[in-house]
Ligand binder design. Sequence first.
Ligand code: PBG
Length: 326
Amino acid sequence: MAEVINRLLRSRRANWSRRMVREAHLSVDDLIWPLFICEVGNKRETISAMPGVERFSIDLIVEAAKEAEQLGIPAIALFPKTPADKRSDNGDEALNADNLINQAMRAIKAEKLNVGIIADVALDPYTSHGQDGLVDADGAILNDKTVTVLAKQALVQAQAGADIIAPSDMMDGRVAAIRQTLDDHGFENVQIMSYAAKYASGFYGPFREAVGANLKGDKKTYQMDPANSVEALREVEQDILEGADSVIVKPGMPYLDIVSQVKSTFNIPVYAYQVSGEYAMMQAAAKNGWLDLDTVMMESLLAFKRAGADGILTYFARDVAKKLNA
Ligand code: PBG
């Protein structure tokens, strides 16, 4: 009897056929565009470790938000580079209703765009030590005192027009505290997208340059150990119980197993953050002629979708949207 070969290659032979059997799809609706804000008027600043990414002054941030709307990108995520003289040990500039991110949000909101604004909640853009929260005399993070400040920071951001509050600090109990504070002040429709599983990672290096954070030490006492995945599920479960509307896994590509497990375990939107170091690696290799940027950019984002992500925060968002719209 002749042996039958199961020919999987058959369905890969033609473009039309590959499209028919394709499982994962990437669309502009999957993209969240992180943007950095700087102070001086009508100005853009380059970030050496992130070629193609710039910091925008407030007026240019408004233009970027308009561009996001035109391209169909559903949401932008804002990160300020706070001037050095406004940073302090307790990061109280975070609570200033007229700080950079709040000014930027008011300016964008005035345009009434069909684009969601995601505001980052954490103290690292505002502290002189670069930690995400308040620290004691020995530099140890003070969880509960930090949570109190973060809830105030979230409220000030909601008042400035944030549609989604995204706590990236990893303190315990902050989602509940933020939810309570927002609800108490009539902001029950402001969403919380929590960085639920955020790892103490080496891949954030270029971001710290972008926001001018001069980190002393590391963040291992509050961000997760890269060795752990069961614990990530516990983090996500906790944030869901505290009222998160969606969760983020961060970094992205080295943590696709976490994205996949979170998506298969919980009924909640899951976003992956393709962080600054991932972006920098691809750009650097492409610059050397070692990788084809377009190919790896699209492949890396499709991989997030295959793993189960509902969307991706990516510095490639504008380029990818242009490509998908072409
Ligand atoms: C900190 C924060 C970080 C990033 C987003 N929010 C850095 C950190 O935790 O030290 C990193 C994003 C990136 O690397 O692209 N609140």
